[in-house]
Each structure stands twice: as C-alpha cells, then as structure tokens.
Design a protein around this ligand. Structure first.
Ligand code: BYC
Length: 315
C-alpha cells in the first residue's frame, strides 16, 4: 500500500471525528478559514457587549442590573476564550482587533441594530442568545479542538442568558398593556435580524461546502435557521406574542414551520457596514482600544518584569 499524503491523513482524522490540534499539520485553507470564522465569532462577542451595555445603568431594578452586568461580563469572557483559540492558529490578538476596526474582519450583523427599550434586552437574551446557542451546540463538534472546547463552556453560559432573556420577556408579556406592547415591539424589530444571524441561504453561502467537508461547520446555515424557528415559535406562542411574518405556518406533514422571505438586501447592507449602528459600534471599539492601550502596555511590562526576575533567580 502506498504512502498517503498529509492532506489525506488530515481528512481521515476529520472523517473519523478526531480533533485537529494546534501542532497538527493542516492545510493553509483550513487554517485561514478557521481564523476567519473564530475571529469573527470573537469580535461578535465583544461587539455584542455594546448594545446590552447600553442598558446597564438603566435596568429597571438592582436585580436586573446585576444579572445584565454579569451577562455582559460573560460575553467578554467568551471573546477571550475565542481569541485564545484563534491565537493557536497563528494570528495575534492585536492583529485581529486591528482587522475588526479597519473593517477587514466582520462581526455578527445582529449587533448593528439599536437597543431602544428595556424589552430589547429581553429580546436579545431570548432570541439572539437563543440563535447563538443553536449554532454553537453544533459547533461543539467542530473539528478544531481548541474551538470545540471553547464552545462547550460558552454554550453553558449562553443557555443561562437565553433563560434570563425569556424570563424578562415573560414578565413583560404577562404584565400591563404597555409592557406587553413593548415586548411585541421588541420581537417585531429583532425577529428578522435574528434569522439573518445564520448567514446567507445555502445557495449563496460561500464557505459552507468547504467548511462542512472539513467539519468546521456541522450544519448548513438554512438547517440551523430552520431549527431555531422550530424551537422558538412555541415560545412565542407561550408568551402570547406574534412574529411579524404573515407567511409563517406549521407544515403538519414535516412538523417544520415554514416562514416568509428574508430581506437579503437588508442583510447585505448591514454586513457591508451600512446598518443602523455599524459606525457607532466601530467608533466605540476604536475608542476602547485607544484608551485601553496603557492597560495592555502596563500588563505586558509587569509580566516581562516577572519573567526577568524569575530568570535572574534561576541563573
Ligand atoms: N453577520 O459563506 P457564509 C454572539 C458573512 S452570536 C455578519 O455562509 P460562514 C453573541 C460571512 O462571514 C453571533 N457576517 O459564511 C450572542 C462571509 O463573509 P466573509 C456570532 C455574516 O462563515 C449573544 C459571508 O457572509 N456567532 O456572538 O460559512 C450575545 C458569506 O457567508 C453573517 C458566530 O460567529 C452574519 N450574520 O457562515 C453576545 C458563530 N453571516 O467572512 C454575542 C460562528 C454570514 O467571507 N460562525 N456572514 O467576509 C458561524 O457559524 C459562521 O461563520 C456563520 C456564517 C454561520 C455565521
């Protein structure tokens, strides 16, 4: 039997559901595609802190403030796990953050929408974290070890966020007439953007075929989107709310909810930087990076000093 190539060996490892680890040989395209996806995922986590952070000082009670603060901190933690996973592939955190503020790297479209009422915080926890979980549960089986392991921890925390958001929505939906209207209004604005989080339809997705072959992605964009709709509509009904989709219906034969056409023009506008809050989000990140520079410099100088001291002692 002849020798198999590195590429074949790599694909065999993936086909038998073993993980690829940082020091393993991998094709350049696999590395690049993973850096792209993981860094965009990390950027989404930290940009995702902005619309929610907007409500920390205005949360309606101390309990709500504490839980929102904890959620936003969790998102920062998710960013850190993901940047660490990305760094094992050779791109530094600084380079990656530079790509975020220059627009070279994307982040999730959903965070370019404003949070204009308290109900939006409920809707984000319920729908946005809900959509993120559907995707991330599948990504726990992604072929790259550090990414898969980060996902396990992230999924646990996102499930808690989703429950927290649903509880806010339940209180509002079962509250006064004005509160119910606020909940319905948030659902109206966040429903379609949540469906867009899963990316373009399968026929227009550029990376899916290769990512599925390499098991970077385990399900297609449309499969994940359908799963999210199937899971979420019974929750909408429980809340006594309605989704802004006149075409939504349950197909009794397949058990799947069929939904109306997504406005792809809106999606592409948002991911090209023309959404309602793109400029504001990048400006906030740029400011944070500039103003936080001294903290990074101080931390680096401190750790260099510690290493020096350790080396001097050892000598
Ligand atoms: N927004 O070939 P495709 C969270 C881009 S949740 C912006 O299908 P792929 C959080 C795509 O990057 C959200 N851009 O791409 C939750 C590509 O452009 P490039 C984060 C999008 O990668 C609560 C082009 O469109 N989750 O963090 O195979 C609180 C063609 O698309 C979007 C993840 O990132 C979008 N929605 O599939 C706080 C999960 N969709 O790169 C935080 C990991 C597509 O060629 N990522 N594009 O310039 C994934 O699973 C996949 O990357 C996606 C897209 C399913 C999102």
């Amino acid at each position: 039997m002849g020798e198999i190539s590195l590429e074949e060996k790599f694909q065999n490892t993936i086909d038998k559901e073993s993980k690829i680890e940082p020091k393993d040989w991998m094709p350049d395209g696999y590395r690049k595609n993973l850096i792209r996806q993981i860094s965009q995922h990390a950027h989404s986590e930290i940009i995702g802190m902005l619309p929610e952070g907007n409500w920390i000082t205005r949360a309606p009670s101390l309990m709500r403030k504490v839980s929102l603060l904890a959620k936003v901190q969790d998102e920062a933690g998710h960013g850190l796990y993901l940047y660490s996973a990305m760094e094992t592939l050779g791109l530094s955190r600084d380079e990656s953050l530079e790509q975020l503020i220059t627009g070279k790297a994307k982040y999730s479209s959903i965070f370019n929408y404003p949070t204009i009422s308290w109900a939006d915080i409920g809707a984000i926890g319920w729908l946005v974290d809900g959509a993120a979980i559907v995707n991330q549960v599948a990504l726990q089986r992604t072929s790259y070890g550090p990414y898969a392991r980060a996902m396990v921890k992230i999924c646990k925390e996102e499930s808690f966020h989703q429950r927290q958001g649903f509880e806010i929505m339940t209180n509002l939906a079962k509250g006064t007439k004005e509160q119910k209207e606020m909940a319905q209004n948030a659902l109206n604005r966040f429903w379609w953007p949540s469906l867009m989080m899963f990316g373009p339809s399968d026929k227009d997705s550029t990376h899916s075929d290769q990512s599925l072959k390499w098991k970077i992605k385990r399900m297609t964009n449309d499969e994940l989107r359908q799963e999210f709709v199937n899971k979420t509509i019974p929750q909408v009904e429980f809340l006594g709310l309605t989704v802004p989709d006149p075409d939504l219906k349950l197909n009794k034969k397949t058990g799947q909810y069929e939904f109306g056409a997504i406005n792809w023009e809106e999606f592409y506008n948002v991911i090209k930087g023309r959404g309602p809050c793109n400029k504001e989000r990048i400006a906030a990140r740029t400011k944070a990076q500039k103003e936080g520079e001294w903290v990074k410099a101080a931390a680096k100088a401190y750790s260099a000093k510690k290493i020096n001291r350790r080396n001097t002692k050892a000598a």
